[in-house]
Design a binder for this molecule. Structure first.
Ligand SMILES: [Zn+2]
Length: 146
């Protein structure tokens, strides 16, 4: 693994879990430069964003499974159904809570928005010019960012 080119900046970034989406734009450029120059921090940033996204995905799957379990218990109505239903609902609530915490505390939603924007730009760039010109100016600005 490569070393950080500027350990002081690297340490600050590590404290933010390599998330600079929340800081002021004029401060951002310094850190963006560091990411551009530093392979170490770049790979760390990728790792953390991957963790965030997998946590969200995991919480979503877990919430869905608990909800499904609730539905199944409802449908078949076994003995002790009430307690099983309660357990399923508690599991769902916990998953939803984890999902919310991850979504609020990490830049995962921003990563998804960025990915969606990238996808939209890709589609936009491949549209025939006559259709592209018909897109509302506001929408075009949102997609291309210029
Ligand atoms: Zn670094």
């Amino acid at each position: 693994m490569s070393q950080c080119v500027d350990p002081i900046v690297g340490k600050i970034l590590a404290g933010w879990r390599y998330d600079i989406s929340g800081i002021a734009p004029e401060m951002c450029s310094d850190y963006e430069q560091h990411f551009a120059a530093c392979e170490h921090c770049r790979s760390r940033q990728r790792l953390h964003r991957t963790i965030d996204l997998s946590l969200i995905a995991l919480a979503s799957v877990s919430a869905a499974v608990f909800l499904l379990a609730f539905g199944v218990i409802r449908h078949f109505g076994p003995r002790h159904a009430f307690w099983l239903e309660l357990a399923a609902l508690a599991g769902f609530a916990l998953s939803a809570l984890i999902w919310l915490v991850v979504a609020v505390a990490t830049p995962a939603p921003m990563t998804v928005v960025d990915a969606a924007r990238l996808g939209a730009r890709h589609v936009h760039d491949h549209l025939p010019p006559e259709i592209r010109d018909r897109l509302p100016e506001e929408l075009r600005m949102k997609i291309t960012g210029s």
